[in-house]
Design a binder for this molecule. Structure first.
Ligand code: MN3
Length: 209
């Protein structure tokens, strides 16, 4: 097996009351596992792809053999997205950002409150399944800039040359058991799980890309 499901870095119930135990169990053990299984199915057809990291695979989709390109886009994306998602959350987390990301959010959005509001509004409007992202963009920028973007399905900003610093999953499987159709309530509650230490580490990586 080329790729494996990473263990959840905390207990299934650790993000209660913001994300419930049943959702975490299904989301990690069933949904994320399915992306890994399907990605491995594509690798079986083209074993040379197994020497690359999942990030490398989705960064250069045009180089993926056509018969498995869509499978890699969806399931490689699903694997990368969820691996990040578990890492950028933690129990007893949330609150105000700290470190370099706090300074950069202030520079690019004015304040954390303004950033959060814009992120939640933008992500609430993503039609159907997808993700809301905070990305680091060097496109047309001398030093780089934070931007908020959304993607459909399991598409990852890496495929567009953008580095994902944080992302929130707005597929219904991420929130429907607890929040039903109230995506904005889930989006608002989710900030209580955000692990700013992990996000600062991703921001450091982004700047080195
Ligand atoms: Mn998901």
């Amino acid at each position: 097996m080329a790729f494996e499901l990473p263990p959840l870095p905390y207990d299934y119930a650790a993000l209660e009351p913001y994300i419930d135990e049943a959702t975490m169990k299904l989301h990690h053990d069933k949904h994320h596992q399915t992306y890994v299984t399907n990605l491995n199915g594509a690798i079986e057809k083209h074993p040379e792809l197994g020497s690359k990291s999942p990030e490398e695979l989705i960064k250069d989709l045009p180089s993926i053999p056509e018969d498995v390109r869509k499978v890699v886009q969806n399931n490689g994306g699903g694997h990368v997205n969820h691996t990040m998602f578990w890492e950028i959350m933690a129990p007893h987390a949330g609150g105000e950002p700290n470190g370099d990301i706090q300074i950069q959010i202030k520079t690019d959005f004015g304040s954390f409150e303004d950033f959060k509001k814009l992120f939640n509004e933008t992500t609430a409007k993503q039609f159907g399944s997808g993700w809301g992202w905070l990305v680091w963009s060097k496109e047309g920028q001398e030093d780089g800039k934070l931007k908020i973007v959304t993607t459909a399905n399991q598409d990852n900003p890496l495929s567009q040359g953008l580095y994902p610093i944080l992302g929130n999953d707005v597929w219904e499987h991420a929130y429907y058991l607890k929040y039903q159709n109230k995506r904005p309530d889930y989006l608002a509650a989710w900030w209580n799980t955000v692990n700013w230490t992990a996000i600062n580490a991703r921001f450091e990586k982004a700047k080195k890309q």
